[in-house]
Design a protein around this ligand. Structure first.
Ligand SMILES: [Zn+2]
Length: 394
């Protein structure tokens, strides 16, 4: 995880009404390509080869499919080929991620899902362009196919971008998100290491008392507001295939506004916390937890998972920027292992049990603190460098 890597710089776009219909048409074509790829991928999942291996899905076949589709369909050909090809890459990437997670034996809740069909009503438009699909000229963004967009340059791009994503959010605003090579700003070495465990009550419990991240309470009023708008939307929902009512749309916009505010607050908290971690430690051993936001989970669980996701992203970005090493630790059994002697508990410890008691060596410590120390051990970092409590003391 060393080195600079890439970062995103995002700007608002000003789009004319002609631009809006242009982007809408491009998105319709990319959405069609996405859904075709998903259909092919589903078919492949069902097919097992005679030797028992899963059938492969390289990009060659979908590329071929796209070429043929563009030849036979004038509508598809009217759109630029770059975002359509990029759509194929994105489906393949998302599929590969899902297969990798299954292969790694991640628990269901943390696995990336297989790419799913994008529905016109629900999916938000997003178009991806590689370097040959866009250019910046006189401060304006030129997209393949001829659309020119006005960018609101709220801050300077540090270098020439390698790709751009044009997308619309749930409020109807359009953005351009550029990928640029990140410049590193190394910080002085501290000689200290830290282990970080994610959780519901505390977003992050660490091996250092001063660096825990409590679950933010500020989202609570916003969350109840959001729930109210969601109930309003549910009441005003019209039957399938009929247009949305004005009241439904109003409630939808209000809900989008509130959730946007929650996201911003969460990011702000996450960045401040990440900054303090990166300032004080050279090596970070972090649980590689990947929340999935399943529909069945509760609102509180979803909020906790979203806070974890924001903190983890901020931490990785901040560490990259300042040249700190991040060690991602596989989450399996991290709550069951003893950080002191390495013994594994025979049974899963219920979430209500807040202390970890090792049956092998007798160490007693707060459950999450033990998990944070397990991260250090698993990452091969010397636990002596962290705040360790001697056996049986706490
Ligand atoms: Zn032990």
């Amino acid at each position: 995880m060393n080195g600079a890597g890439h970062v995103r710089y995002t700007y608002r776009l000003r789009v004319s009404s002609t631009g809006l219909s242009w982007l809408g048409a491009e998105w319709a074509r990319c959405r069609w390509v996405w859904n075709e790829c998903v259909a092919v991928s589903r078919k492949l999942n069902g097919l097992n080869r005679p030797d028992g291996q899963k059938a492969a899905c390289g990009p060659a076949e979908p590329d071929e499919m796209l070429t043929q589709a563009r030849q036979s369909m004038a509508w598809l050909r009217e759109g630029a080929s770059v975002p359509q090809q990029q759509t194929i890459r994105d489906v393949a990437k998302s599929r590969a991620k899902a297969l990798k997670d299954i292969g790694a034996g991640l628990p269901m809740r943390q696995r990336a899902g297989m790419p799913r069909t994008k529905r016109k009503r629900e999916a938000l438009p997003t178009l991806n362009y590689t370097r040959r699909g866009f250019r910046l000229k006189d401060g304006r963004l030129h997209l393949a196919g001829g659309l020119v967009l006005t960018v609101v340059w709220s801050r300077d791009l540090p270098s020439a971008p390698t790709s751009v994503r044009a997308y619309r959010d749930s409020l109807g605003h359009w953005y351009a998100s550029f990928v640029v090579e990140a410049a590193t700003e190394p910080l002085p070495a501290t000689g200290a290491v830290i282990g970080i465990d994610w959780g519901v009550r505390e977003t992050a419990t660490t091996t250092s008392d001063e660096h825990d991240l409590p679950h933010a309470e500020h989202g609570r009023t916003a969350a109840s507001k959001l729930a109210r708008y969601h109930r309003m939307m549910a009441r005003r929902r019209t039957p399938k295939y009929t247009p949305d009512s004005a009241g439904y749309k109003r409630a939808g916009r209000a809900a989008a506004k509130v959730s946007k505010k929650i996201v911003r607050q969460r990011q702000d908290t996450a960045r401040k916390w990440a900054k303090s971690i990166v300032r004080d430690f050279d090596h970070l051993a972090v649980e590689d937890f990947r929340p999935r936001f399943l529909a069945r989970s509760t609102m509180a669980r979803k909020a906790a998972d979203a806070a974890i996701a924001a903190a983890k992203t901020a931490l990785i970005e901040m560490a990259r920027k300042h040249g700190r090493a991040v060690h991602l630790v596989h989450p399996a059994h991290t709550t069951m292992d003893c950080a002191q002697c390495g013994a594994r508990a025979k049974h899963r410890i219920p979430l209500s049990e807040r202390t970890y008691t090792c049956t092998a060596c007798g160490t007693v410590s707060p459950r999450d603190r033990n998990s944070a120390r397990v991260m250090l051990v698993r990452a091969g970092l010397n636990p002596a460098g962290a705040d360790l409590v001697s056996p049986g003391v706490c």
